[in-house]
Design a protein. Structure first.
Length: 815
């Protein structure tokens, strides 16, 4: 039996190959190269490797077999049956390349075996002839134990020997021999499969050569056919001639033939008679012989039949066993194949899934690409449309350009005309411009002259003031706040469009006894005149414009004293110490002018001091905050030098506007600290900013010493009105004392007899001794409130201001 390992796994692909093999090739497997491959894939076919030559050589062997000494027909018949079964087996296996087909082949084999392969007839010469026997291979018939291997190794033909055919009726031995041959063939099959492949290739080459030869032969055939046609026509001619001759001869010999026939018929009848007689005799003899032989043959057939039956049953059993084994093997193989198939299917499924995924991905990409293509096409269409529109517009543009060219030409003509007109007009305009320029120059000259005259007027006015020696007084009325808007005093500015020096205050109603009896009410108008009156509309800039020349005097070496007088809340601090107040503006101007004077050789050194007089005590506003209030300062007079100093008072060098801003900030901070200690202290103290200027001229060697005192006085309310108590009372007394002293000093200065001027009555007057006493240019701001309720205080302030304004202090001197 063939080893199970001899059945290699049939791959899937060869199955497909098999299914494509034409049926003709399957049946004629040994001669087909494809069947060779098929055999290579199915090693269970022991005859599958028989080469073409071997198979072809089967015919002579068959003839040899037929020519062999006759065996008992029954024996040969059995061998033939087995051989034909094998042959069928081989053919079936060759034709079936998968398990299913193999199983079908096996079942077919079985049925074939049981029907004793085709027709078995007994001929007179005891020869068994069958269809299977004629188609089977002689080598199978001749296989026997011991000789098979040599035969296979020496040749692929199974040798057929007469001895084998005449071998004794050892069916088992013969079967064993056949099985061994079968095994050897199987082994050989594996060995020769490669050779077969090579041979198949060679056969293929041979086939191609044969095809070539066939084509050549076809060509030759065609030539031959042509010759044949020619020969045929020649032959037709000859035939015609021969027929005529034949007919002649026929006619000639017909009579002779008829005669001969008649004679032969007579002779035949004689012979027939004789033959019938002899035949009767022979028939009788033969009948006897045949009957004897029939009896003998019947016995032999019966014996053969019995032996055949037993052998058949043995074979049947073996066949079934083989079939069972094969079935099991094939089933196992089928299972493994199925598993393999399953694995392949799984793999295929996963590959299909991957492929599906890939396909879907590609689909997505395709969709995206299509969408992209669609959008691109859309864009292209849009672009084309735009291009079309643009072309249309271009055409329209070209047309309009053409028409514009025409228009342009006509316009050029018009332009030329207009240019001529314009040129004429230009010359007229130039004339007019010249006239205008002349007029403007004249106006500028007139304005300049006017300004100069105004300046001159002011200078002269100042000179007159200086000659008169008066302290100048500026009156400033602050605007009412939102709260005060319903209680505003009736204030008039009678010369607001001219000198701006008069102010009228309409007092409260007065009802006299007579007036009451008469039923009349009188109001008093308080009229005052000062150097300048500023209405609520005036800004600090407007105010500073009027005092800038006075500030300039400090650079020229004069002592300048500017102070603000007025009741609490009348606008003193706003005028003097606010961000754009007189201190800031005066210092700015001094720095600007000093910088301008550098060209003329002047260098200025500036120093600042800031003090506060509160309750007749002097405080340094430029010390550190924690030092404030700790240092007590006093005033010292240097009669020789003619100046007042405060020893220990901080004096800061001011080199820039920033330094001045720092000084003001520090002073404001200290005043805030002081305010927490004494409520509303800032209103109830005098603050004095002292700017000392020392100028030297390198070119001329001149020196100038000037002082600018900017003073924000405490509120000037009268004691009777203040209703103050305790500390507040003390403050008020101190304030009134210093302000009274100021009044007294100014009054004393204004008198003709100046023997005693009470400067030392207060710290304020003592400090301002040289600023008030004739060696100074002094300016007093009288700040007044616009509130009706404050009219009495306002009138009081204005009266004091009038006194000051009328005071003659003599001309100031340069130092
Ligand atoms: N010309 C002005 N224009 C606008 N507001 C002003 C003007 N003058 C004063 N004020 C405002 O009036 C209020 C009182 O002014 P300010 O503090 O200067 O008065 P004061 O006389 O210095 O008072 P005190 O004696 O208490 O220091 C402030 O709010 C100030 O801003």
């Amino acid at each position: 039996m063939a080893d199970s390992s001899a059945f290699p796994t049939v791959p899937c692909t060869p199955m497909a190959t098999v299914s494509r093999i034409p049926q003709r090739q399957v049946n004629a497997a040994p001669t087909s190269p494809l069947s060779g491959k098929l055999r290579g894939g199915n090693s269970t076919n022991p005859l599958g490797d028989l080469p073409l030559g071997t198979m072809n050589r089967g015919a002579p062997k068959m003839q040899q077999y037929q020519a062999m000494p006759k065996k008992p027909a029954a024996t040969r018949g059995v061998s033939t049956t087995i051989a034909s079964t094998r042959a069928l087996d081989v053919n079936d296996k060759r034709g079936v390349s998968n398990n299913t087909k193999l199983a079908a082949g096996l079942s077919r084999k079985s049925s074939t075996s049981s029907s004793v392969s085709g027709t078995t007839t007994f001929n007179g010469g005891h020869t068994i002839r069958s269809k299977s026997a004629t188609s089977m291979r002689p080598r199978q018939l001749g296989s026997r134990p011991g000789s098979a291997q040599d035969d296979v190794s020496s040749s692929r033909i199974m040798p057929v020997s007469v001895d084998a055919i005449n071998a004794p009726w050892d069916v088992k031995g013969r079967l064993d021999g056949m099985e061994r041959s079968y095994d050897m063939l199987l082994t050989r099959l594996n060995e020769t499969s490669e050779e077969l492949n090579a041979k198949v290739a060679a056969l293929e080459t041979e086939r191609r050569g044969s095809e070539l030869q066939l084509r050549q032969m076809e060509m030759a055939n065609m030539e031959l056919q042509q010759e044949l046609r020619k020969a045929k026509s020649d032959m037709d001619d000859d035939q015609r001639r021969a027929r005529i001759e034949m007919e002649d001869l026929e006619r000639k010999y017909r009579n002779e033939l008829d005669e001969q026939r008649r004679l032969a018929r007579i002779k035949e009848e004689d012979l027939h008679h004789e033959q019938r007689m002899k035949s009767e005799e022979l028939k009788t003899t033969s009948q006897k012989t045949l009957e004897e032989r029939d009896v003998m043959h019947s016995k032999a057939v019966e014996a053969l039949q019995a032996s055949f039956e037993s052998e058949k049953s043995v074979l049947q059993t073996q066949l079934e066993t083989q079939e069972q084994q094969l079935r099991e093997k094939y089933e196992a193989e089928a299972v493994s194949l199925r598993e393999e198939l399953q694995i392949l299917a799984t793999r295929l499924e996963s590959e299909r899934a991957t492929a599906t995924f890939e396909v879907s991905k590609r689909d997505e990409e395709l969709k995206t690409t299509r969408a992209l293509v669609a959008s691109t096409e859309e864009q292209l269409q849009r672009q084309q449309q735009i291009t079309g529109d643009l072309e249309t517009r271009l055409r329209q543009q070209a047309e309009s350009t053409l028409s514009m060219e025409t228009t342009k030409a006509s316009l050029f003509a018009k332009i030329n005309e207009l240019e001529n007109v314009v040129m004429n007009k230009d010359s007229r305009i130039r004339d007019m411009e010249k006239q205008l320029a002349d007029a403007t120059d004249a106006a500028a000259l007139a304005k300049e002259k006017l300004i100069k005259e105004e300046t001159l007027r002011r200078v002269l006015h100042n000179q007159v003031q200086e000659l008169r020696g008066n302290i100048r007084v500026f009156c400033r009325v602050r605007p009412p706040s939102a709260k005060e808007s319903l209680d505003v005093a009736d204030i008039h500015y009678p010369d607001k469009d001219r000198e701006c020096s008069a102010i009228e205050l309409i007092g409260p109603s007065n009802e006299s006894a007579l007036g009451t009896a008469m039923g009349t009410v009188s109001t008093k108008t308080h009229s005052f005149g000062f150097d300048r009156v500023f209405s609520p509309a005036a800004t600090n800039a407007d105010v500073f414009d009027e005092i800038s020349q006075l500030v300039q005097s400090a650079l020229d070496g004069y002592n300048v004293c500017i102070f603000c007088y007025g009741q609490t809340g009348s606008g003193k601090t706003f005028t003097m110490s606010s961000d754009d107040g007189m201190i800031r503006r005066a210092v700015d101007q001094i720095f600007s002018t000093a910088e301008g004077l550098q060209d003329r050789g002047w260098t200025y050194k500036l120093e600042g001091q800031f003090l506060e007089i509160y309750n007749e005590t002097i405080y340094d506003l430029l010390v550190e905050s924690d030092e404030f209030d700790k240092k007590k300062l006093d005033i010292r007079q240097d009669i020789k030098e003619g100046k007042i100093s405060v020893p220990g008072l901080s004096s800061l060098r001011l080199q820039s506007r920033t330094d001045v801003a720092d000084v003001l900030r520090r002073a404001a901070k200290n005043r805030t600290v002081a305010a927490t200690k004494a409520n509303e202290r800032s209103s109830r103290s005098h603050s004095v900013f002292i700017l000392s200027l020392h100028g030297t001229n390198e070119s001329t060697g001149e020196e100038r010493h000037g002082t600018l005192n900017l003073i924000d006085l405490a509120g000037s309310e009268r004691l009777a009105h203040s209703q103050s108590k305790d500390e507040r009372l003390r403050e008020t007394v101190a304030i009134n004392k210093s302000l009274s002293a100021l009044r007294e000093v100014i009054t004393a200065i204004g008198t003709k007899d100046r023997t005693h001027i009470p400067y030392r009555n207060s710290k304020l007057t003592y400090l301002l001794q040289y600023s008030l006493g004739g060696n100074s240019k002094t300016l007093m701001f009288v700040n007044i409130s616009p509130v009706k309720q404050h009219i009495p205080e306002t009138v009081n302030s204005l009266r004091f201001a009038t006194v000051v304004n009328n005071t003659h202090i003599g001309p100031a001197k340069k130092k």
